[in-house]
Design a protein around this ligand. Structure first.
Ligand SMILES: [Zn+2]
Length: 315
């Protein structure tokens, strides 16, 4: 159901962090102005020239206008998603009617731990679960990661739906969309639906992917390729793989825990993260024994090994 001016968001089709969205409708009338990355014109051809005062690492920003025509595609995409859902053999899976949150969490964790080829018929069940449980951040986050394992048109459509909902909120969130392992296989759908994306895959690779701006603690990650510990923690791992820090944040929000003291908050969130790692069968790593590998960056930056420094100071 939609009017010519507004579109009602189908909340069972969006996942964490959009699951917390309080807004119910999207205006189909107005343009949106969004900021996207662009190659800096001043230090062009010399990417990562840190002397440039106009940009950060050769990458600047520009504004793009997104027309209502793009937001109207949500109706088309939603209809396609619902049609695809009907085609799935959902009888293959007993619909879970788990009333117990912990059982449900274990069930979803198990899918992520096994990471075997997930049957696409499971999609109907996952979307049904998201419909019932979308208010629970941890569940919605797991579901968003479970669907990444599945090679199916429906997953691509869900990601496209999420991308356009984000654009309507004036956000560009291209990572979940472009990092999908089967992206190339279903890319043709954007042409079929005549959707012009604000950034192309090439622009994404050049301007979003290859930025060594974040190196997180490797205790936060659980690589999809199961090679653990990860040799390289890249922006891709941070944004796409299962992230234990994010799960800990979700669980804290779900249990409505709030801390008065920031130091205690950091400590307890880390403890919770480690507890969740253990639930996934990963033991806590003794960081003193295990030498952390500093990710290799493609550029000649001097990476400071903080642990080494700390040790030197202590000596
Ligand atoms: Zn520049």
């Amino acid at each position: 159901m939609y009017s010519i001016n507004n579109y009602t968001i189908n909340k069972s089709l969006i996942f964490y962090p959009l699951n917390g969205l309080e807004q119910h409708t999207i205006s189909l009338k107005n343009n949106r102005l969004i900021a996207v990355n662009k190659e800096c014109e001043i230090c062009k051809g010399d990417i990562y020239a840190y002397e440039c005062g106009q940009c950060s690492a050769g990458i600047g920003e520009k504004f793009l206008t997104i027309m209502p025509l793009t937001f109207r595609k949500l109706i088309l995409i939603e209809n396609n998603i619902l049609d695809e859902l009907k085609l799935l053999d959902d009888k293959k899976y007993k619909f879970l009617d788990k009333k117990n949150l912990n059982d449900l969490i274990k069930y979803l964790q198990n899918i992520l731990i096994k990471r075997k080829k997930v049957d696409y018929n499971l999609l109907a069940q996952l979307i049904d679960l998201n419909k019932k449980w979308y208010k629970c951040n941890e569940i919605s986050y797991y579901i968003s990661k479970c669907i990444n394992l599945i090679d199916h048109k429906l997953v691509f459509l869900l990601k496209l739906y999420e991308l356009i909902v984000n654009l309507a909120l004036s956000n560009v969130c291209p990572r979940n969309f472009y990092y999908y392992d089967f992206y190339k296989k279903y890319e043709f759908l954007t042409k079929e639906f005549q959707i012009s994306l604000p950034i192309s895959l090439n622009e994404f690779k050049k301007l979003y992917e290859n930025i060594p701006d974040y190196v997180g603690s490797f205790l936060n990650f659980y690589s999809g390729k199961k090679s653990y510990p990860l040799k390289i923690i890249s922006a891709k791992n941070y944004y796409y793989d299962l992230n234990f820090e994010t799960i800990a944040e979700c669980r804290s929000m779900d249990s409505k825990i709030s801390y008065l003291n920031t130091k205690i908050e950091i400590k307890l969130t880390r403890n919770l993260r480690d507890k969740i790692r253990a639930e996934f069968g990963l033991k806590k790593i003794n960081l003193k024994k295990e030498k952390i590998k500093i990710p290799k960056l493609e550029i000649n930056l001097n990476v400071i090994d903080l642990n080494e420094r700390r040790n030197n100071v202590q000596k």
